[in-house]
Design a protein around this ligand. Structure first.
Ligand SMILES: CC(C)(COP(=O)(O)OP(=O)(O)OC[C@H]1O[C@@H](n2cnc3c(N)ncnc32)[C@H](O)[C@@H]1OP(=O)(O)O)[C@@H](O)C(=O)NCCC(=O)NCCS
Length: 288
């Protein structure tokens, strides 16, 4: 394998516009408000209207009610305000409205931005916007958080994120029962991390369980981690695996259900931190 760290790109011609746009949004979000949910709903609506319906940005309310405008256009305009849409978690009985309603407008802005030309695959601006929004949505977020496009959450407010965490495109972070990500966690494209499950008999019988990915964990492409699983420090879940049980530190788990196939060569002395069976794995043997 070749060592290929990310390279730096030269500045884009219009970077100043991105910075000014983000600065304005940063200031608006920091404004004090009596009704945080309503304040953020207006910020979301105004931000999106300017990006996707600039001709109606200054008179959004009149346009929504203007019968001379095609009904589909009025509907699309109305949907820019998060109070006019419902998101799936709102239907959950365990949704805490006091916590969800203030973050909903920012989730709606996050998801909607990803579907615009300026958003989507626009890495630098997208990462900066999501980092800004994460600070208001998550229970906790550390420094240098990096999320690519089309990441989805359940509540958002039940997510704890350490420093230097990277979440790649099309990842589902179901934080219904809570997700805790340590420092330097990496979640690859199309991975799913769950924290709730349903009874096999009664679908409405839901169990929420905190799912934990400790420092240095990597959940790779298309893998799934089920509710309540604890992926220990430096553990790795291989492509397409389904982790149904805890993953041991420094182990690489693959398959369905995921099993350890090796211990990373950088693991501390296996004789001191790992179980006897792990010593065999560290020396190259496979787990039965
Ligand atoms: C988990 C992974 C890193 C394992 O790599 P590795 O330690 O080099 O393991 P190997 O390729 O030597 O494979 C060991 C065994 O597990 C099997 N295996 C490896 N990955 C597997 C997977 N995702 N699913 C099922 N089996 C897998 C191999 O076929 C091999 O089986 P064998 O001993 O019967 O021949 C790798 O397969 C993987 O899933 N990579 C995803 C890509 C990635 O690194 N993403 C990170 C982006 S941040």
């Amino acid at each position: 394998m070749a060592y290929l760290p990310l390279r730096s790109l030269s500045p884009r011609p219009l970077d100043a516009i991105s910075r000014a746009w983000l600065d304005r949004l940063t200031k608006r979000l920091a404004e004090p408000s009596e009704d945080v949910a309503a304040h953020r709903a207006v910020i979301c609506r105004e931000t999106l209207a300017e990006l996707v319906f600039p001709q109606y940005a200054a008179n959004w309310e009149e346009a929504v009610n203007d019968e001379s405008i095609p009904i589909g256009t009025r509907l699309a305009l109305a949907a820019l305000d998060p109070r006019n849409v419902t998101l799936e978690p709102e239907y959950y009985s365990d949704c805490d409205d006091a916590r969800y309603q203030p973050v909903k407008p920012l989730l709606w802005l996050w998801y909607s931005f990803d579907r615009t030309a300026v958003g989507g695959q626009n890495v630098e601006l997208g990462v900066a916007l999501r980092r800004l929004l994460a600070g208001y949505i998550f229970k906790r977020v550390g420094t240098n958080f990096k999320a690519f496009q089309h990441v989805e959450f359940t509540f958002g407010y039940n997510l704890e994120v350490g420093d230097n965490v990277v979440v790649h495109r099309h990842v589902l972070l179901d934080d219904r029962g809570g997700i805790r990500l340590g420092n330097k966690v990496s979640i690859s494209d199309y991975a799913n991390i769950y924290s709730h499950t349903h009874s096999i008999v009664e679908q409405a019988d839901v169990t929420n369980a905190l799912t934990i990915l400790e420092d240095g964990v990597r959940v790779t492409y298309h893998a799934t981690v089920l509710a309540g699983v604890h992926v220990n420090e430096q553990g790795m879940v291989g492509a397409l695996a389904v982790a149904t049980k805890d993953v041991r530190p420094y182990h690489v788990y693959v398959g369905i259900p995921a099993k350890s196939v090796r211990v990373k060569p950088n693991a501390p002395d296996p004789a001191t931190i790992l179980r006897t069976a792990d010593v065999r794995l560290a020396r190259g043997g496979a787990e039965r």
